[in-house]
Write a protein that binds this ligand. Structure first.
Ligand SMILES: C[S@@+](CC[C@H](N)C(=O)[O-])C[C@H]1O[C@@H](n2cnc3c(N)ncnc32)[C@H](O)[C@@H]1O
Length: 199
């Protein structure tokens, strides 16, 4: 979908829950605050939640209308809001403790390029969290985009995972009012240095 299509969706109504995705919250809650990028932030539910927990959060999305919804929320002044295309936007190397990419769906090569760059933004030990609809959701789950070319799988994320010390790379189930949805989760850390690889 193009930025204009997302703008139209966000103009119609709020799209996502105000609070964070429960799995995102569970993974991030134990972390001490630092610098974070919420890539394809939409209405900024995760950036706002992180900022409320003391993080310096940057919310990046190409939908100005989506971001505008977030900017109306309490605590929005603590978030840095950036209207930009994630396929070209860049952060300084080794400047972030966390990059969160929740439900961003791009063709495989574009997604891999974005995520490879995102790993470069992480400080040693910094975290990458990728969560989105799994390709198996088309046949075994509910909701989400229906184009297999833009969905995640553990196989598709494996080459980005190879750049990280991986804690979790797996398919996860998400219960929704319409049934069970299947997502892919990648949760890992930028290695402290070459010596730490393969732990
Ligand atoms: C399903 S929403 C998820 C929003 C948010 N991450 C969340 O979990 O609440 C997907 C978001 O990706 C954004 N997006 C898609 N392609 C993008 C691109 N190339 N650059 C920036 N944002 C993009 C859309 O505007 C939309 O806000």
């Amino acid at each position: 979908m193009r930025a204009e299509d997302w703008d139209a969706r966000y103009a119609e109504q709020q799209q996502w829950t105000a609070g964070p995705h429960p799995l995102v919250a569970a993974l991030l809650e134990p972390l001490p605050p630092g610098d974070a990028v919420d890539l394809a932030a939409g209405e900024g539910r995760h950036a706002l939640w992180l900022a409320g927990r003391g993080w310096r959060a940057t919310a990046v999305d190409f939908s100005a209308t989506g971001l505008a919804r977030g900017q109306e929320r309490p605590g929005a002044d603590r978030v840095t809001w950036v209207t930009a295309d994630v396929t070209t936007w860049d952060a300084p190397a080794a400047s972030q403790d966390l990059v969160l990419v929740a439900y961003l769906h791009l063709p495989e090569e574009e997604m891999a390029a974005v995520l490879r760059r995102a790993v470069g933004w992480l400080r040693p030990g910094g975290r990458l969290l990728v969560l989105g609809h799994d390709v198996a959701n088309l046949t075994g789950g509910v909701g989400g985009p229906q184009d297999p070319a833009i969905l995640h799988s553990t196989e598709r994320l494996a080459r980005v995972a190879a750049l990280l010390d991986v804690d979790r790379l797996e398919q996860v189930r998400r219960e929704t009012p319409s049934g069970t949805a299947l997502d892919t989760l990648l949760w890992g850390r930028r290695p402290a240095g070459p010596a730490s690889r393969g732990r």
